[in-house]
Design a protein around this ligand. Structure first.
Ligand code: BES
Ligand code: MN
Ligand code: MN
Length: 455
């Protein structure tokens, strides 16, 4: 592919400028104040696709729009569905960013901005490789449909409905997603498993209004303490979830997979250093990679109660609430877990407190087969782009649509991640390594040909 690779080399600056343009749009899906920005990001993509000669629709949903584009039809060639998301997580806490989250800035070969790796930068690698093919060859060697949504970070609810209602329109042979990471620097990877998630908010009410803690404390149950007790009741000190039946359906780890994980070049001390803890934590009998990839968990994401301002205030708060989730692994049923959770919380809820459980998004864990010709094609494309064959790994994060594609379209997904574990996704100073960006584009451009001639 001399022409295509030459095009990629000649357009590196232009590709980076495109990415920066998209990163300047603060398309935060969780925050209604950014509705207009979400739309601008979708429209930016529509203009980009149409400019490349792709048929493209901006599809309205009950929430944020979906962008859907098709390359020119090639009869007899396989159809590849590329999925990505143009929405990003909120940039908070703002004060911890070295450069502002929506002013993309290069430092040390990394591009810093919210969404740089998750998922604008990774998603764009496929858009730009399509650009290279369309500009150089006037067509692609496969049929590519690009489905880019604006609600991944809030659970993909409207996307699921869209897929359900448009199965024939989205029919394809394989799905490609770049929204994960390499195993480590210089170790590209194909991910074959993701954890699922079940996300909730627990809201507790005690007295009818905030009270003086001297006058009333000791005689009225404090909702903030009740919240702490209830969360503590959901997990033991070794990280074992205390919801009855929680582990019943958990797929066991095979000896072969355990050996395969252990053979990966994982450095425990470097990991501790990366996250800044003196010691790792987790279920006895499992390694750090096993705890992150194949074991289910409970985590608290945010706690709200009482006085949070400067100085001290002696208040017995009327309310307390906490956001939390379970990461799920294959075979765990989110519905069964929700039912068992409700029973457990009702038992844990102390007298004098009223509780309400709000259910947010959910998705089951997934594994995809490793032995398909599509996988082999992807491995060759990565070897071309990164100069090294990929390792096979799982990830602890969730991409809800992967199980939807399996269930509604009957297709498997290739999870080809160009990011790195220390890219600070969802955190301050999110970044994407620019060399990885270009390697990703090069791999993607090669992928279309490898999929067309797959063996
Ligand atoms: N790109 C991530 C998923 C991911 C994270 C894959 C880490 C591999 C490693 C995605 O954008 C994401 O953040 N998903 C959410 C899903 C949730 C909002 C339903 C997640 O995992 O928290
Ligand atoms: Mn993502
Ligand atoms: Mn994300």
């Amino acid at each position: 592919m001399p022409d295509i690779d030459a095009y990629l080399d000649a357009h590196r600056d232009q590709f980076e400028a495109d990415l920066c343009e998209l990163l300047r749009i603060p398309s935060v899906s969780a925050d209604s104040r950014h509705r207009g920005d979400i739309r601008r990001a979708a429209e930016w993509l529509v203009a980009k696709f149409r400019g490349l000669g792709l048929a493209c629709d901006l599809v309205e949903t009950a929430g944020h729009p979906i962008v859907l584009a098709d390359s020119p039809k090639i009869d007899g060639a396989p159809t590849v569905l590329v999925y990505g998301h143009y929405d990003v997580q909120p940039p908070d806490p703002l004060g911890e960013w070295i450069s502002p989250p929506f002013e993309p800035t290069v430092r040390d070969g990394n591009l810093y901005a919210r969404g740089a790796t998750d998922d604008k930068g990774q998603m764009l690698t496929h858009v730009l490789s399509v650009e290279a093919w369309m500009t150089t060859e006037g067509k692609l060697p496969v049929n590519v449909t690009l489905l880019i949504e604006g609600e991944e970070e809030v659970g993909s609810e409207n996307l699921d409905k869209f897929i359900e209602a448009n199965r024939a329109r989205l029919a394809c042979d394989v799905v490609v997603i770049s929204d994960t990471s390499q195993f480590a620097e210089g170790v590209p990877a194909i991910t074959y498993g993701l954890r699922g998630i079940a996300y909730y908010e627990l809201r507790l009410r005690g007295p009818k209004q905030d009270l003086h803690s001297g006058t009333f404390g000791g005689a009225v149950k404090n909702p903030a303490i009740a919240l702490a007790e209830m969360f503590a009741g959901l997990i033991d000190e070794n990280g074992r979830v205390q919801v009855p039946g929680f582990y019943d359906d958990v797929a066991a780890l095979s000896d072969a997979e355990r050996k395969q994980f252990a053979a990966l070049p994982f450095d425990e001390a470097a990991f501790r250093n990366q996250v800044g803890v003196a010691q790792t934590f987790g279920e006895a009998g499992f390694s750090t990679l096993e705890r992150r990839w194949v074991r289910p968990t409970f985590d608290v994401h945010g706690l709200t109660s009482g006085y949070q301002g400067e100085g001290a205030k002696t208040v017995l708060p009327a309310k307390a609430s906490g956001k939390f989730s379970f990461r799920l692994v294959p075979n765990q049923d989110p519905k069964k877990i929700a039912a068992a959770l409700k029973t457990k919380l009702a038992e844990l809820c102390p007298p004098g407190i009223e509780m309400e459980l709000v259910e947010f998004h959910g998705a089951p864990g997934v594994v995809v087969p490793l032995d398909s010709p599509f996988m082999a094609a992807a491995a060759r494309a990565i070897e071309h782009g990164f100069g090294r064959a990929p390792v096979y790994m799982r990830e602890g994060g969730s991409i809800p649509v992967v199980s939807t594609f399996r269930n509604l379209l009957g297709v498997d997904t290739l999870l080809l991640g160009w990011g790195r574990d220390d890219d600070n996704t969802h955190s301050p100073n999110e970044k994407f390594n620019l060399a990885d960006f270009h390697r990703g584009i090069r791999s993607s451009a090669r992928l279309w040909r490898e999929l067309a001639t797959r063996k």
